[in-house]
Design a protein around this ligand. Structure first.
Ligand code: SAM
Length: 395
């Protein structure tokens, strides 16, 4: 590694590492999605490197952890991600609705819907394998109702549906399976046969209400933010308009986001192959370098002077070769104008970033956080306190 200052995340006295398991507002738990960083990490950098009223951006926002943490702390959180389900979840977090709104939507839907009129045989076998006919008819009816609804309420219900569509509990609508990613229909077929499973009959509106109550338990953020669905290399933001960036770009092809969310994408009306073709996913070092050059140029453009940009990347092992992504990215960041202030080395629990279909010896072993400066940012002095984040319900 070049001559960069390196520290361990555990050596930072008020580090996110001391936040405790499950730290963070319940709103973070709308929908799980692979490859996300913990809310406590987002909270740490938001508190240390921005002030109330500031604009805080994640150009690869995934499930919107960073922009939500910004809004919860009085900053304007902006999350951008090219994946449709990531956009829906991020928007639900930065522009949420109240439990009363959700309850009213459920009440009105129950009055007017007619799931019996849906023919499940028109749906592909890949989707049908997850649900009973009884449940699938209701899903189809809700899907239809939401398809052209671009309101914040409609979006919030879509995000809740993504969160309950598949998973292991009675609140989930599918056969018991992972809630973090959409499993392969082939695997599910074998799994059902082997274990003699029966597809559960669910009251979808009841499950939606249970989920809404859980995620809205801690109240809503103080501030509303913004979600966009653009390529991170062309952000819809003005020059020098952002006070802080905290982000994590795609790790080569370690996470196959479109495939991992194929069932959610179906629910939202997208074909996962089309989404896959838009997202960055490659094994090629050269393509990754070019992608990062263009993305970092864009981050530098939108960032104000004297501001910081934190980029979380991994040490990945692909096809038998170790790739230290931080080492690759640091000189690229310098070439666009950033100074590499330091590197924070962060061990991750094995369970966090591994997917069951990546071989045991491959995957992400360690993460490193590149602290990049544009000018001379001054961090806040007060230590970050790891009590539960206070949230207020806004009118
Ligand atoms: C490592 S993940 C970010 C996870 C996020 N920090 C979180 O906490 O959930 C990388 C993200 O980049 C998105 N992505 C891939 N190619 C993109 C592109 N060209 N523009 C914007 N987003 C892209 C993927 O959809 C994925 O959500």
């Amino acid at each position: 590694m070049g001559n960069y200052l390196m520290i361990l995340s555990t050596d930072i006295p008020d580090s996110w590492k001391y936040a405790g398991d499950g730290w963070g507002s319940t709103l973070h738990r709308i929908c799980s999605r692979t490859g996300s960083f913990p809310p406590a990490l987002a909270h740490y950098f938001v508190k240390k490197y921005s002030r109330r009223g500031d604009i805080v951006l994640d150009p690869f926002s995934g499930k919107g952890t960073l922009p939500l943490e910004a809004c919860l702390n009085g900053r304007i959180g902006i999350g951008n991600d090219l994946a449709p389900e990531a956009y829906v979840i991020t928007r639900a977090k930065v522009n949420p609705v109240t439990l009363d709104d959700v309850m009213e939507w459920i009440h009105n839907t129950r009055k007017k819907w007619n799931p019996e009129s849906y023919d499940v045989d028109e749906v592909s076998g890949e989707v049908r394998v997850f649900f009973s006919k009884y449940t699938l008819r209701q899903i189809l009816s809700i899907r239809d109702m939401l398809m052209d609804d671009d309101s914040d309420l409609g979006n919030f219900i879509k995000a809740l549906m993504c969160g309950i569509l598949h998973g292991p509990t009675k609140m989930h609508l599918s056969i018991p399976c992972s809630h973090a990613f959409s499993m392969s229909p082939k695997y599910i077929r074998r799994f059902i046969k082997k274990n003699g499973l029966k597809k559960p009959k669910r009251d979808v509106l009841k499950c939606l209400l249970t989920k809404a109550k859980r995620v809205l338990r801690d109240g809503l953020p103080e501030v509303r933010g913004m979600a966009t669905m653009e390529d991170a290399r062309k952000l819809p933001l003005e020059d020098e308009s952002v006070n802080l960036i905290v982000t994590s770009p795609p790790y080569f092809n370690m996470q196959t986001y479109a495939w991992d969310n194929w069932l959610r994408l179906w629910f939202l009306g997208y074909d996962y192959i089309e989404v896959k073709n838009k997202l960055f996913q490659s094994e090629s070092k050269q393509k990754f370098r070019v992608f990062m050059l263009e993305s970092l140029k864009e981050m530098f453009r939108v960032l104000k002077d004297n501001s910081a940009c934190f980029v979380v990347v991994g040490d990945v092992k692909l096809n038998g070769h170790y790739i230290n992504m931080a080492e690759m990215i640091a000189p690229i960041a310098e070439s666009v104008g950033f100074t590499v202030a330091r590197l924070i080395s962060d061990s991750i629990p094995k369970s966090n970033k591994h997917l069951m279909y990546i071989k045991e010896e491959e995957g992400v072993s360690r993460e490193r956080i590149l602290e990049l400066h544009k000018g001379n940012p001054i961090p806040n002095n007060e230590p970050v306190a790891w009590a539960k984040v206070p949230v207020e319900v806004f009118a």
